[in-house]
Design a binder for this molecule. Structure first.
Ligand SMILES: *Cc1c(COP(=O)(O)O)cnc(C)c1O
Length: 429
């Protein structure tokens, strides 16, 4: 018993979870295969770069000839199937990686064309979507255009063809792999290939927001020809160990321009030290396929269990997954709050905190979050969040171990029963 429930209720919930879990064995087997193939790729990268203790030595000052930093870039490049990578603790978030990528690539007069609708919320101000926020891309003279996704949730190839035939070629075509705060499927890297070919024929480069997607599928977007992809190290590729940071990976010439944006033109990625050692970034990358697989299994379990008790979920438990996020429509503000309270109660850290809606910087409406993580805000750890607007969708993601994700399902259901959002009879099916 976890929170004022009778043992009988907990037992019934456990029985439901057991039933779900048994039905998912083929799905889990698929995740194990992806884990092994991506781990093999990462292991090969460690071996080819002869990673040794010397790469973990702290560095200070300018960080000239920092072998740890340089090797980390090379290992990440291979892990992400790219020519080059820039991996830095100084990239403070995924949004920072996104802005560096875009501002290092686009100049005044260039067009950025998003083909997956409106980009992730925190990029609104960085791009300058509503107004040309000083320092934003639009304030720098970049022109922003977007195409909505097609009815089927995929990139609207016909609309893209028409757009490319009828007006000036964009400098960059932009794809968001993950769902963000939208009720849509994540995009499989292989499904980006047609868009990438069209863009290349028009002379455009393709930039992919890869946040939440890394290592969920056998290959990354750059494998299919993507020119640049970026992400956050407190999500999948940090494996729950990297304490902060972000990466940009892709074509070497483009990554070098972005490195010069991060530091200084003419200096680029040749400087930058880290006295705390890069060891957690190497170790985190090594653990990332396993942690990502644990997160995928947890997401599938949330999907199966919550659809059994009558909630709409996306994706369905056995659908292909290209990110670690599961969306669950709780249908009421009380439902969303109870769900987040349950997830928070299952956390190893700050478990007694009660999540409340708040005005989070970068978001246009109130957001509620459950995040009792070791690393502040790390959403590769079990976490949930959602905007406080109908239909009160919780986006749940992460789990450092599958068993912890499973406990998250238990605690969330207990909270929903406790608040009378679902009845015990719903659980018994
Ligand atoms: C998390 C995320 C971002 C932004 O990353 P932060 O680290 O929160 O700034 C951008 N795009 C997507 C799809 C994300 O999931």
């Amino acid at each position: 018993m976890t929170s004022g429930h009778t043992p009988e209720i907990t037992e019934k919930i456990q029985a439901l979870i057991n039933r779900s879990e048994r039905s998912l064995s083929d799905v889990f087997y698929g995740f194990n295969n992806v884990e092994e193939s991506t781990l093999k790729r990462i292991l090969d990268a460690f071996h080819n770069n002869n990673i040794g203790q010397r790469h973990f030595a702290p560095t200070t000052g300018y960080g000239y000839d920092d072998t740890g930093r340089d090797a980390l870039d090379r290992v990440f490049a291979s892990a992400l199937e790219s020519e080059a990578a820039l991996v830095r603790p100084h990239i403070v978030s995924g949004t920072h990686a996104a802005f560096l990528t875009l501002s290092g690539t686009l100049s005044s007069g260039d067009i950025m064309l998003s083909v997956t609708g409106k980009p992730y919320d925190t990029l609104e101000k960085a791009i300058g979507l509503d107004c040309a926020q000083p320092g934003s891309l639009t304030a720098m003279g970049v022109r922003y255009e977007e195409l909505s996704l097609a009815e089927n949730g995929k990139i609207d190839i016909d609309a893209l063809k028409k757009r490319l035939e009828n007006s000036a070629a964009p400098k960059a075509v932009y794809i968001q792999r993950s769902r963000g705060y939208a009720w849509r499927d994540s995009l499989l890297p292989q499904d980006m290939a047609a868009t990438i070919d069209l863009a290349h024929n028009a002379g455009s480069i393709v930039i992919i927001d890869n946040c939440y997607g890394e290592f969920t599928q056998p290959h990354e977007p750059c494998y299919y020809g993507g020119d640049l992809q970026f992400g956050s190290l407190i999500k999948n590729p940090g494996g729950g160990i990297a304490p902060t940071g972000g990466y940009i990976a892709g074509r070497a010439s483009l990554v070098e321009r972005i490195a010069e944006r991060l530091t200084v033109p003419g200096i680029g990625g040749e400087v930058g030290s880290y006295a705390a050692s890069y060891q957690p970034f190497f170790q985190g990358l090594f653990l990332a396929p396993g942690v990502t697989a644990a997160s995928l299994k947890s997401a599938a379990l949330f999907a199966d269990v919550f659809s059994r008790v009558g909630f709409d979920v996306l994706p369905a438990a056995d659908s292909p997954r290209s990110d670690i996020v599961e969306s669950i429509r709780l249908r009421s503000a009380d439902g969303l709050k109870a769900f987040c309270r349950g997830i928070q109660a299952a956390a190893p850290v700050d478990s007694s905190a009660v999540p409340e809606p708040w005005d989070m910087p970068g978001y246009s409406h109130q957001v509620i979050m459950a995040a009792g993580s070791f690393i502040q805000g790390a959403s590769i750890e079990l976490s949930a969040d959602g905007p406080m607007i109908p239909p009160y969708t919780a986006y749940v993601q992460g789990a450092l171990s599958y068993q912890h994700g499973r406990l998250g399902v238990l605690y969330a259901l207990e909270a929903l029963v406790m608040d009378g959002i679902i009845r015990v009879s719903d659980i018994m099916g």
